[in-house]
Write a protein that binds this ligand. Sequence first.
Ligand SMILES: O=C(O)c1cc(=O)[nH]c(=O)n1[C@@H]1O[C@H](COP(=O)(O)O)[C@@H](O)[C@H]1O
Length: 276
Amino acid sequence: MESFGSRLHRATAQRGPLCVGIDPHAALLARWGLSDDVAGLERFARTVVEALADRVAVLKPQSAFFERFGSRGIAVLESIIRQSREAGALVLLDVKRGDIGSTMAAYADAYLNPDSALCADAITVSPFLGVGSLRPAFDMAAAHGGGVFVLALTSNPEGVAVQHAVGADGRTVAQTVIDEISQVNAGADPLGSLGLVVGATIGETGHDLSKVNGPLLAPGLGAQGGSPADLRRIFGESLRNVLPSYSREVLGAGPEVASLRAAADRAVTACSAVIG
Ligand SMILES: O=C(O)c1cc(=O)[nH]c(=O)n1[C@@H]1O[C@H](COP(=O)(O)O)[C@@H](O)[C@H]1O
């Protein structure tokens, strides 16, 4: 079975380095002329999938915006995950889960086991309970060709107090996460299946990403102030493994399918010019 790292490598080579987040904020539903209910959510999400799933490498639905409508919102999420994958996009489900290992196994079953209706190609996870506690997700991903993106240096300003904290061995919390993921990805070709999340807004922090050998998801572009030019400064030699991610900047171009496609095209052109 082909690994997630290999599938992602091919997808970005064919479609360009771009992830578009599906974040149906109440404000965006209103801007699109949609009601803030499950019908509006469904119309919004389906329109994004129709516009982009056959052309962008990765779509990243944010689970919270679906969860807030209860089981009917989750049903919409299930259906757009399926449709996106059928149209050829990889789906990175942004759920930011993280728990003790035994519970993590249940999350892995929910999101990375092909028997689950919520199974995606990859998920986001939080390492706050220790990178080792995430092992059930890593194992489930490896067994089924899935991927896991671990938060390392997040795009929000509040993250610094925790992520830059220095441990007894002199490394920051973020560098410890980076090093542990680097170890698991070592030797993978063309790319490991464990990714890191490193915001496009963080500036130069001195963290060493050179051995990650996995995808580096870079949210924070557009609406949070990050730009493709910032990527070069933040990622340096690791730029080739960066997966730039936009949500509101692209979604705000809707609801017309053609406008969404044009916005995604602009984003991928700008990112490709930096990443190559
Ligand atoms: O894991 C993420 O995707 C993520 C990590 C991070 O550090 N910062 C961050 O903004 N995100 C997500 O990326 C998206 C950013 O949305 P925009 O600011 O609209 O582009 C949101 O869904 C966030 O939850």
